[in-house]
Ligand binder design. Structure first.
Ligand SMILES: [Zn+2]
Length: 393
């Protein structure tokens, strides 16, 4: 037994020691990962419609099993018995569906009934290089948007510009130079996201500042205790905090329920009861020290056909009045049908300030028609636009 253990250890040492450093390691295509030193969380960059393949060590009776959303990706596990003292391995293939742009989470579980279960999370990101140009096409809509902004004294900042999927702070700076739309740099923070620790946040802010010290840098917060997780010194490095309401509650497996995933929303139950809970969730988020409420009034796909019925005036008013009282901007998001023109008009009449955002998945520029429409529908002028102190430095 001892010898087998030694042999295994020797083979393990010969493996690609990807995870010697226990920080989230990046999976390399074709690499082999030993159980010793395997990080609990790994990341992979996968093109949409692309795959990543790698080998995971198993024991004789310890097999990996995978849990994932079949709407987002496919995971194939092929168990291979080891020959002559070599450990058993699982050949893993993760294929990301072409339509999926957001990160995909795959959880592997290893249990042999004797030692405690072991869990490995693999988060796949969209790989860079999928978008031909990250600058805005200078089409008629774009020129009309710039003309309206000039006439109305509006300076547009894209406050919801994710540095992900191949988008870099340098591209954000170059995009700003090529248009009259100012860029920011922000990314998601949370337990189930790539950036969670204070150290990673500090690195993120530093990289953005290197690209342009004047570019505003923000965080999109996805955990509802983020203000306890992010320490004051780290918080001070960021200019603003953006939050949406699109993660609410937990799944039976303990993961966050993401309202935009169809399979997470299978058990909505009574829409009115769900809506009461959702409005309370909105109001709790507006109690957090955030700057921008992103994609306001978002509804999950099963409920969006009932938007006008569910978003009653009283519910809209509750959300808007809290945002106004707390000085939180209402986002107008490119390519999103939320919020409705009725909500936006009510917000304007109640004195709300508006912010613009793209919520990009990668460097591909989004269609900004929604911004132009909102500016003209609401007859917005410079005074209506959220303008924090960081813009004046
Ligand atoms: Zn976002």
């Amino acid at each position: 037994m001892k010898d087998t253990g030694k042999a295994l250890a020797a083979i393990a040492a010969a493996f690609v020691a990807c995870a010697a450093a226990h920080a989230a390691a990046e999976i390399r295509n074709g690499a082999e990962y030993a159980l010793d030193g395997l990080a609990a969380e790994m990341t992979a960059r996968v093109t949409r419609g692309g795959t990543v393949r790698f080998l995971l060590e198993e024991g004789e009776r310890r097999r990996w099993e995978a849990a994932y959303s079949p709407n987002e990706c496919a995971v194939a596990l092929e168990h291979r018995a080891g020959s002559a003292g070599a450990p058993c391995r699982a050949a893993v293939t993760i294929s990301k569906h072409a339509s999926v742009q957001t990160p995909v989470l795959v959880e592997f579980r290893l249990a042999d009934g004797e030692t405690p279960a072991r869990t490995l999370r693999v988060v796949t990101y969209t790989a860079p290089g999928e978008a031909p140009d990250f600058r805005y096409p200078r089409n008629r809509m774009f020129e009309a948007l710039l003309a309206e902004c000039r006439a109305r004294g509006i300076t547009i900042v894209d406050w919801h510009l994710h540095i992900r999927g191949g988008m870099t702070p340098e591209m954000a700076v170059a995009r700003e130079k090529a248009s009259s739309i100012l860029s920011s740099a922000m990314e998601n923070h949370g337990r189930e996201w790539e950036i969670f620790t204070n150290e990673r946040l500090v690195e993120f802010a530093a990289a953005a500042r290197r690209a342009n010290p004047k570019m505003p840098v923000g965080i999109q917060v996805n955990d509802r205790d983020w203000f306890k997780q992010i320490d004051a010194r780290t918080r001070a490095r960021f200019d603003y905090i953006l939050a949406d309401t699109m993660i609410m509650g937990k799944l039976p497996n303990g993961r966050d329920k993401r309202l935009w995933l169809v399979k997470d929303m299978a058990d909505i139950g009574d829409p009115e009861r769900w809506m009461d809970e959702y409005v309370a969730h909105n109001l709790r988020i507006l109690d957090e020290p955030i700057s921008i409420l992103a994609n306001p009034t978002y509804l999950p796909a099963p409920l969006s056909p009932m938007y006008d019925r569910l978003w009653t005036e009283a519910r809209m008013k509750a959300v808007i009045s809290k945002a106004v009282a707390r000085g939180i901007a209402i986002e107008i998001q490119a390519e999103s049908p939320f919020p409705s023109p009725k909500f936006l008009r009510m917000a304007k009449s109640m004195g709300a300030k508006f912010s613009f955002g793209t919520n990009n998945f990668d460097p591909a520029p989004k269609d900004l028609t929604r911004w132009l429409d909102a500016i003209t529908w609401l007859d917005l002028h410079g005074d209506d636009i959220w303008s924090p102190a960081c813009l004046k430095k």
